[in-house]
Design a protein around this ligand. Sequence first.
Ligand SMILES: [Zn+2]
Length: 345
Amino acid sequence: METIYSEKHKLRDAKTELFGGKLVQPHERPSRAEFVIDRVRKTDLGPVSDPDEFGMDPIFAIHEDHFVEFLKTAPARWKEAGFEGEAIPTTWVARRMSGIRPNFIEGQLGYYALAGETSLTDGTWEAAYASAQVALTGAERIRAGARGVFSLCRPPGHHATADMYGGYCFLNNAAICAQHFVDNGARRVAILDVDFHHGNGTQDIFYDRDDVLFISLHGDPLEAFPYHLGHASETGEGAGAGFNLNFPMPPGTSFDVWRAALAKALDCIADYNPDFLIISLGVDTFETDPISFFKLKSDDFTTLGADIAAANLPTQFIMEGGYDVDEIGVNAVNVLQGFDAVVAS
Ligand SMILES: [Zn+2]
């Protein structure tokens, strides 16, 4: 399987994350992608290619222009306002408030952030833009006939909505690719999100549409980030009714339980009969992930890749989360090798 990768992910290098009441070294850090690309090369998974350039149009097909402008300019505006730390919001559009966008940068951070852990820093926009190009290049490979491709995106994307960032995500790479497929003639696209966390951003973007099916397997939002979305009762609305499916699971969930949910998800995808399948690939379901509570083991990721391959669809893997940094390379590449082994057989 070919991997698409850009060194520009390193430009996203925040020094702080608000975690446990402290400012700590971010869990989402450049070494994550380094471990994955090292593993890709070590295992001879396949060629590694630079992304092509698709510009802003596919990004604007998903994201609001005022939100993009905010992401580009916020770190400089924050510094100009005299703040010394990295830009972190402190206020939000809470229940029964106006929702009118403030002018001052501090207020705008709370307007555009859906969570407070993620610092906005110099280089974040450039890295997020490059990550979207890595995603789009993978989508083009699939459109050109590849059976599988790996877009090694960093920063990740599945928490980002059309106009909100957070959960380490800024641009929704999976959503941008799904829209790119649709805009180039696909009738139906399925997105299967296997990251530990609910893909709230992707759900929100496609919630009222029937041309993109969204299915997420994740930690129950009663117990886990993003807390305020991802319940089983959320099934889509309007034309999208029935085209959003959530499988929340409790702390301590083991692979056999998780795999049974995966089988149901893959049955739904088969019924939907999409032209393309996008996997939001997070490996923070791993048993020693520091911010998650599922119990998958390294070998289970190989099985997961094989199960996805058995769906027999052109499949784009897009990197999302995974924070046990030492093991992220092994676990991510196990998925891809499990997929390739079935395709080759
Ligand atoms: Zn995650």
